[in-house]
Ligand binder design. Structure first.
Ligand SMILES: [Zn+2]
Length: 824
């Protein structure tokens, strides 16, 4: 409905085209205020998703500069939309510009009759602007309507230049469900003591804040739809992701970013990111805004964000972080709060510095302030794109061209291989499908190949000259392995070379310490190597013996092709094709706290994806008891014991959302286990079980200083006891995800069965691990008998962000053993 212009819409376009005066045109275009009854950004107002989409629908009908497209449905079935905004003549020729973009993105497609100089001369810079992926960072979603309206009606020279030279993909929010979660909650609490508080639930059904950690994994509907728009259709040269940060620090962050840079990102991109960032900062300063910060906190190391994915598609990714109000309610910020606000690259928010030359003096902070800064930033970015149009197109093209050049040195990797026969079809289908869905080229072997392989593993070095700490990537070459047909191969000489490298190679995060010798926290995780997380073998290929003519390879056209190869084609609708891996039906309860917990959301995600039935259990269910009559197994996703027991403190939220399990719930949980139930704890939640059940274990990492041990999101090696029925299907060494996680020592051997330990050497597989000795040989997964029941403790995150598919079988095996024991 939104995607096609209606008859009325066409009529409006014709009428506007015939009118001569600019005034008549803007009079025909409805302002957000005229539609909503308030201006976006007004204190204590909020437009929900149906208001936002219906405004864009009206704008589409009224303006020949705006075309709104429906990209598909969100997780909870709301429309995900994009507004394409440009000059009328560009909107009428979108197919032509899309074609130019696709040629620039893949220089192999440039044919003789359309030489590249013609493309640079004719093309437009495509700029994607995405608002409020994090739904409590709500202002940008409201701003999107005003910004679109201004572009649709503007007649000034700068705006005309923008409209002529750029095509804007404006995404009012890539998480529509969250906009409604926040809007409904905000309206419900307006005028109550809870006005301006964040809602007591995840603002994405599965991912919450992690909806912006999914851009290489593509677990979420929204990520899939927008990835298709950006990296299969439009290949934007610039992607601007509009966020908000806390209330008490700088008023606005804009790049350049902080250290460390990801070594796979082209320096040319980092320079262009910096240039645009400084333009934004300068324009904000010129407009009189104080408190703008650059070169701080946020870095380019991690992979998987809306603005980080573009770096691996040869595009510029810009992030801004405006200080938050209290949702749409003004906040008051004191000088003391600003003075206490400190972060990497900013001593505090009161002292001037080169990267923070004009501190804000404290006071009232309104949604309108956020909105104005975001509008200025958006315009600054578009103006840069318009004024240096050909430069952006040429740089984008050149990065792609460099990537398709063959590998220079003999012995360097030329491809990665995913050999057939790994007995993990669902993981292979997921990983290959995910790569293809983000535009990576993957080939299937339709005849055997003979290759020289180089396994990719971190090797400890004692060399102090090693650039990134004490590791390098290496391993002995494996000569002449015959690779069976049905295997998959990912060549490096493709436009997305850096994406392939960044996903397949182990990460080596540099050892970054503060002056006090403590670990300096990275912005997000340090390592994410996809085949390791998926539990798949994916060595690098350094040589193929067969000549090009002797090879028989098929380029896979889309992700469903590999899913079809493995009989795991996505079914119509939402149903996942993966067969429930449990050996018998188990009544599973997953604890769902009113303190929104992303690990809980991702737990539901993997259960839904693997079609394992479960029931969410609330605090009140625990307090009511008779848990054994309802459940065979209860899962506590990673969460601190204090949060689980106490929940939200009374008075901070309406009563129905406060208090956790409480004493009554804890007693019922103990009864559940003593009566034969199975309790499964992930990572932080183990602490609750150890203390409440007085288990003969302790977390060896509790209270350890970050100067002695630090591991902020890395892949580590487990040694698995595969004589234990829970681990029989798994290899002896298994990569697992560790994110400030747990490691146990047994204080008594009675009743403790160790299923997996952290490796005794070479623990780090990807990321950053400071103080390896603290982890070596410690217990990673154990089960303890309690009364008639059992408690299973996962020290690590077996389902981290829906990415750690390699360790999911442990969850399924544990659950499969649940009924077995309770029926004994
Ligand atoms: Zn955010």
């Amino acid at each position: 409905m939104i995607s096609r212009r209606s008859l009325v819409g066409c009529l409006a376009v014709i009428l506007v085209a015939f009118s001569t005066s600019a005034l008549a045109q803007s009079a025909a275009i409805p302002s957000p205020k005229s539609v909503l009854g308030f201006a976006p950004g007004d204190d204590r107002t909020i437009a929900d998703w149906s208001q936002i989409t219906s405004y864009f629908e009206k704008l589409d009908r009224a303006s020949d500069r705006v075309l709104v497209q429906d990209l598909g449905q969100s997780t909870l079935k709301r429309p995900v939309i994009v507004a394409l905004i440009s000059a009328r003549e560009n909107i009428l020729a979108l197919a032509k510009y899309k074609d130019i973009q696709q040629q620039l993105a893949d220089p192999r497609k440039i044919s003789g009759n359309m030489p590249r100089e013609r493309l640079f001369a004719d093309g437009k810079v495509v700029v994607a602007i995405s608002c409020s992926i994090h739904s409590t960072e709500i202002v940008a979603s409201q701003m999107s309507m005003q910004f679109a309206y201004e572009l649709a009606t503007a007649q000034d020279a700068d705006s005309r230049e923008i409209l002529e030279n750029t095509i804007i993909l404006l995404i009012p929010s890539p998480n529509p469900d969250g906009i409604d979660i926040v809007a409904n909650w905000y309206r419900k609490t307006l005028g109550t003591p809870y006005e301006g508080r964040e809602p007591p639930e995840l603002y994405h059904h599965y991912a919450g804040h992690d909806d912006n950690r999914d851009w290489f994994m593509l677990n979420l509907k929204e990520t899939q739809l927008i990835t298709r728009l950006l990296w299969h259709e439009w290949f934007p040269q610039i992607v601007y992701d509009v966020h908000q940060q806390g209330s008490n620090g700088s008023r606005f962050f804009i790049p350049p970013f902080y250290d460390p840079p990801n070594p796979n990102i082209s320096p040319l991109l980092l320079r262009q990111v910096g240039l645009i960032g400084h333009k934004v900062a300068a324009d904000l300063q010129a407009a009189g805004f104080k408190g703008v910060l650059t070169n701080a906190l946020y870095d380019t190391w991690w992979h998987g964000g809306f603005r980080t994915a573009p770096y691996f598609h040869n595009s510029i990714g810009i992030l801004s972080e405006a200080a938050s109000a209290r949702l749409m309610t003004p906040a008051t910020v004191t000088p003391e709060q600003l003075a206490r606000s400190t972060t990497r690259g900013m001593r505090n928010a009161t002292d001037a510095a080169t990267n923070f030359p004009d501190p804000w003096p404290a006071g009232t902070w309104r949604p309108r302030d956020v909105m104005e800064m975001e509008m200025i930033a958006s315009r600054a970015i578009l103006l840069m794109a318009a004024k240096f149009r050909a430069d952006y197109l040429r740089n984008f093209y050149e990065l792609g061209r460099k990537n398709i050049a063959p590998t220079e040195n003999k012995g360097d990797a030329i491809a990665y291989l995913i050999p057939a026969g790994q007995a993990r079809d669902e993981s292979v289908a997921k990983m290959i499908g995910t790569l293809i869905d983000q535009g990576v080229e993957v080939w299937r072997l339709d005849r055997e190949l003979h290759v020289v392989l180089s396994p990719r593993a971190l090797v400890r070095t004692n060399s102090p000259t090693e650039k990134l700490g004490a590791y390098k990537v290496g391993g002995p070459l494996m000569e002449m392995r015959e690779v069976p047909l049905g295997s998959y191969i990912v060549f490096l000489n493709q436009p997305q070379r850096t994406n392939v490298v960044a996903l397949f190679e182990p990460q080596i995060y540099p050892n970054r310490l503060t002056a006090l010798g403590e670990a300096e926290r990275p912005y997000d995780v340090a390592g994410w190597t996809l085949p390791l997380q998926m539990g798949l073998d994916a060595p690098a290929v350094v040589e193929i013996r067969e000549s090009d003519n002797e090879r028989k390879l098929t380029l896979l056209k889309d992700g469903n092709q590999v899913r079809a190869d493995l009989a795991l084609t996505l079914k119509k609708g939402d149903e996942s094709p993966i067969k429930n891996p449990l050996k018998q039906p188990v009544r599973v309860g997953i604890y769902k706290s009113w303190v929104g917990n992303m690990d809980e959301g991702w737990t539901r995600f993997v259960f839904d994806t693997f079609n394992v039935p479960y029931t969410s259990i609330r605090d009140t269910d625990f307090r009511q008891g008779s848990l054994n009559s309802k459940f065979d197994a209860i899962v506590l996703p990673s969460q601190s014991a204090v949060q689980i027991v106490n929940g939200h403190v009374e008075g901070t939220f309406p009563n129905e959302f406060t208090g956790g399990l409480a004493e009554a719930g804890l007693k019922n949980l103990k009864d559940f286990v003593n009566n034969g139930g199975m309790l499964i704890c992930f990572d932080n939640a183990c602490d609750l079980a150890i203390k409440q059940f007085s288990l003969p274990l302790r977390n060896a990492l509790e209270g350890v200083k970050t100067s002695d041990f630090y591991c902020p999101g890395s892949v580590v090696a487990l040694e698995v006891d595969n004589k234990n029925p829970i681990a029989t299907t798994l290899p002896a060494t298994l990569p697992a995800y560790f994110i400030n996680s747990s490691a146990f020592t047994a204080t008594a051997d009675a009743n403790v069965r160790v299923i997996a330990r952290y490796a005794k050497e070479n623990v780090l597989m990807s990321g950053w691990l400071l103080g390896e000795d603290k982890l070596r040989g410690q217990i990673a997964l154990a089960e303890v008998g309690v009364g008639k029941g059992r408690i299973v403790l996962f020290g690590f995150r077996p389902q981290h962000r829906g990415q750690a598919w390699g360790t999911l079988p442990l969850i399924w095996n544990v659950l499969s053993s649940a009924t077995a024991s309770s029926s004994e």
